[in-house]
Each structure stands twice: as C-alpha cells, then as structure tokens.
Design a protein around this ligand. Sequence first.
Ligand code: NAP
Ligand code: ZN
Length: 347
Amino acid sequence: MIATKGYAADNATDPLHPFNFERRDVGPHDVYFEILYCGVCHSDLHYVQNDWGNANYPLVPGHEIVGKVLQVGTHVTKFKIGDLAAVGCLVDSCQECDNCEKGLEQFCRNELIATYNSYNKHTGGFTYGGYSNQIVVDEKFVLHVSEKLPLQAVAPLLCAGITTYSPLRHWKVGKGHRIAIVGLGGLGHMAVKFAASFGAEVTMISTSPEKEKDAKKLGAHHFALSKDPEQVKALQNNFDFIFDTVSAPHDYNQYLNMLDTDGIMICVGVPPAPTEILGFNLLRNRRSIVGSIIGGIAETQEMLDYCAEHNIVSEVEVIPMNYINDAYRRMLKSDVKYRFVIDMATL
Ligand code: NAP
Ligand code: ZN
C-alpha cells in the first residue's frame, strides 16, 4: 500500500482537514501518478454537505485531476514514467455491459466506480479523490493531456469540460442554433466556450450583472439577467436550446418558456431539491427537457484533444489546499471566476 496525503471532510458541517490514507499497490494495469492540480467542482461541495443524502465519510473529494506519471504496471501500454496523465469522475466500470462497450461507462449497468465516494473493492473502504498528492488508476480510465496547454487550466476539463462538451455534441448544437447557457460558474463558462466554438449563437443568462463583461469575453454574443422580469419576458420562445448548469434550486418553468418550437432544455446542474414543472410549459412549442451526466472515457479523450487543437482551457483561480473551505464559501455565493484549482504542491 502507498502512504498518501489528502484533505477530507468528516461530516456535512465541519471544515475539510488534512487526512492520511493509503492507495493500493500498483497492479499490472495501473498507472500511478503524482497529482499536480485538482479542480474544485460544485459536486465536491454537494457531496461534502451531503446535499444528495449519499455521502460516505471520511470523504476526499476531487475529480478534475492532472499530474505526472511516477510508475506504471507491467501490462500498461498507453503511459510511461514522466507522461502527463489525467483522471475525471470515473476510475472503473464493469467494461463488459452494452453501455461500457458503447463507450458510455458513465451508464455502466454493473459496477460503476466513481473517483470518490464509491465502494473501493481494492481496499474495502471508499474511493478517495484528487484532493491528495497521488493516485493509482487502471490505465483504461487515465487520459492523455497535451503538453501545449497550461496544466492547471486543463484540470477542470476533466469534469466541467466533458459534462458540457458531451451533451452539446449529443444534441448536435452548432451553426444556426440559438442556445442560452444558464449560470456562469465552472460548467457554465465551459458551456459558453464550447457552444461558441461549435458555431452556435450564445446567450448567457445569469443572476450576476457583474459577469456580463466576462461572459462576452468567453464567447457569449448576448447577456441577460434572470432576475429582471423585462429581460426574461423579451426572451420568451427565443431559443433552440437552454443549457442549465445551476447548482441551487430555481424555477425551471422560467427557462422552459424561453424555448422555441421543438426546443430542448438540457439540464446538467443537480440542485439538492426536486423541482416543479407546469405541464403547459412543456406542451407549448413541443418542448423537451433532458439531462446528461459527464461523458464516457473515449469521448473525454476526444474533448481533451479538441481543446488542445482549439486552444480551449478553463479560466482558473489557483488556490492552496488550505484555502478549500473559503473556496467552498465563495462557491455558495456564486463568487468563482470561473473554477478554483488546487495547487497540490501546497498540500
Ligand atoms: P458553480 O461553479 O458553483 O456554478 C453554478 C452557477 O449557478 C453559479 O456561478 C451561478 O451563476 C448560478 N447560480 C447559483 N445559484 C443560483 C440560483 N439560486 N439561481 C440561479 N442561478 C444560480 O457550479 P458548477 O461546478 O458549475 O456545477 C453546477 C452544477 O452542476 C452543480 O449542481 C453540480 O453538482 C452539477 N454537475 C453536474 C455534472 C453532470 O455530470 N451532470 C457534472 C458536474 C457538476 P450566475 O452567477 O451566473 O447566476
Ligand atoms: Zn464535477
């Protein structure tokens, strides 16, 4: 076993604190790498606070992981010592079911293992995530990242990137489409970048007036405030897609009403409470509401390669590990521009 340092939450309310634990020994198919940076996703905070009622403590969050390979197992073919390596939200799946075979490991029918908070068959406890100095992962779930891009700004692509890229590709968002991105945070800012890069006309809908300038710099063509009834009214029946990244409870009906004929509302945010939808808001204009969760391994690699080719990275605020509890407080106030990334050298 490999002695490892990290940061953990013990319960839903106390601050995260330093925590020592062990990674498994490097198996024949494993890649063992030093974690250099780890992004801070709002899902980390939902888990820590037990917002979804499924947290397993002690909980070491972090699923936007990039670093450098220290050692590889005897059967590893894709990586060698010194390579850059990355891991997102998944570290294992059954690799046999129809969904795994289609590259949809996120929908594995048998044995999906998330990077943290899942049962860990190797140690008997739970998986521990990227708020730590090193990790051991089956090479099938390890991604290559480009040496060309700033590594700290690549980390958020492993969750915020793939979570926005995958549904935009699945629903073929591009030229000739009008899309509204709701919520300018970690996911929202990547959605703006990808949607603009794919050729869509992008409107940012935010609760934060001060984010307008940034939204336009990121690639949004228009900006609207969701708290201003006049601006909301002007957007009725106006979009082919709504892309909802909001982390807190909010009124979905307000956005459904902005969809034009056959419009689709894509939800990736996971507020901790159920929401009510008025039937008429779906019926009118034959609207749909759909969801999406991260993306498969091959598609994650495709997204990373697309980003390298098109020079797309996340806008990050690099923080030391011991700032994490402050970062969470700021995240709850929508004060993130636009992803916190932990510099693991500070652990
Ligand atoms: P984030 O960085 O905190 O951004 C969320 C944004 O939502 C905020 O910056 C804010 O933007 C907006 N917002 C916050 N509270 C709001 C409210 N009460 N009403 C309206 N807008 C509000 O969070 P994130 O990391 O992007 O994650 C967003 C959500 O996606 C979380 O629920 C997370 O768990 C989920 N998620 C899902 C997946 C998936 O696979 N589907 C993957 C990762 C994360 P403005 O200031 O612009 O209003
Ligand atoms: Zn995430």
